[in-house]
Design a protein around this ligand. Structure first.
Ligand code: SAH
Length: 361
């Protein structure tokens, strides 16, 4: 498949040599003319991938209940920011705000800010949420004041780097071109990694082993952690990934709900990798925030009452509705579905009893 962005990337490589995977994914996702998130709508049944809020209203509702609990633990501030990073179509926030109608004081105190870099996605969010929210496209412009920051499937879209073991050395994996400069292919770049960043056992890994880091993710986590530390607040990040660093190539491309080759259709497929939460927890701790032992999405949602919520919604409804709610709950919480691959990471400016998390430092 040939496309304008692919030709642009090939010309760039011809002129300056192979590019890092971070640069490649950044161009594919954010190029102002052909970038993935400049398309009309990548999310949902008619798009490329489905996220938890798109699967069930219960996801956003339970996060709403969690936010109310977080607000209580923060001492019920009369004014605070409810901030969502990368809100997609705005469904999570809409479900959250509806569930929070049970606690009017929480809603009166909240100023909702959505952080969204894509003008196209902002447009969809405005349609869904109207004037209940304000927007910023730049995460370095978080509003001052106590804040609850939430993000679902946001960290995975941020650029990452890969290092591959090549002739017993860890060298950066890069995107280059074939001899005719007509197709993209993986190659060895010129960058090396500081060996202190490698997890234990790196010397035992065979040639071809891959290690991933995401400095851009860590930088954003630091910004959020510093904001929360300075102004007070809590955060909740949900994403697919692991809580202990390890080796392995998790670079993935998804097009119309199918995995595809990440180099075949730049700007057309969603490019992500699995989030390594371990360095992010370290960043939050180093900033002076209190972190909590991460929970799997299944543990988190079940502890917040997913089954009870499904039961309430299904009460008095027909069998088809009850079956749909059951299958939504299973998809969100069962191991082998989203329940164990997705993790929930929370941290806060001070030590607090932030249910359903346990304090771990
Ligand atoms: N949270 C949503 C959408 C996940 S997709 C859901 O669960 O359905 C990722 C979202 O992050 C999209 O809205 C995308 O436009 C946005 N995004 C990507 N990079 C961003 C950045 N650097 N800053 C802010 N938003 C970003």
């Amino acid at each position: 498949m040939s496309n304008a962005l692919k030709r642009q990337i090939l010309r760039h490589i011809e002129a300056t040599g192979p590019m890092s995977i971070a640069e490649y994914t950044h161009i594919c996702m954010s190029d102002p003319s052909h970038g993935y998130y400049q398309q009309q709508n990548p999310i949902g049944r008619t798009g490329d991938f489905i996220t938890a809020p798109e699967i069930s209203q219960m996801f956003g509702e339970l996060i709403g209940i969690w936010c109310i609990e977080a607000w209580r633990q923060m001492g019920e501030p009369e004014a605070f920011n409810l901030i969502e990073l990368g809100p997609g179509r705005g469904i999570l926030m809409a479900d959250l705000l509806r569930a929070a109608q049970s606690t009017p004081k929480f809603l009166e105190a909240a100023t909702v800010t959505l952080v969204e870099s894509s003008p196209k996605m902002q447009e969809l969010q405005r349609k869904k949420l109207g004037d209940q929210c304000t927007w910023t496209s730049d995460i370095s412009e978080l509003p001052a004041g106590p804040s609850i920051v939430i993000a679902n499937e946001f960290l995975d879209v941020l650029p990452f780097r890969q290092y591959v073991k090549h002739q017993s050395q860890w060298v950066e994996r890069a995107v280059g071109a074939n001899a005719e400069f007509s197709d993209l292919e993986f190659t060895i770049g010129s960058g090396f990694i500081d060996s202190r960043l490698l997890p234990e056992g790196a010397e035992k890994e065979p040639d071809g082993a891959v290690f991933e880091i995401a400095p851009a993710r860590e930088a954003i986590m630091q910004m959020v952690a510093e904001h929360v530390k300075e102004h007070g607040g809590t955060t909740l990040f949900i994403d697919y990934g692991h809580t202990a660093s390890g080796f392995g190539d998790t670079f993935q491309a998804v097009l119309k709900h199918e995995f595809t080759d990440p180099l075949v259709a730049p700007g057309k497929a969603d490019l992500t990798n699995h989030v390594d939460f371990f360095p992010l927890i370290k960043v939050a701790k180093a900033t002076g925030c209190h972190t909590f032992r991460p929970l799997s999405q299944g543990e988190f949602l079940l502890a917040l009452g997913l089954l009870e919520r499904a039961g309430n919604l299904g009460h008095g409804e027909d069998e088809a509705t009850q079956a749909r709610l059951k299958s939504e709950a299973e998809r969100l919480a069962l191991p082998g579905q989203m329940g164990d691959l997705f993790k929930c990471l929370a941290f806060a400016s001070t030590k607090m009893a932030l249910l359903p998390f346990a304090i771990d430092d």
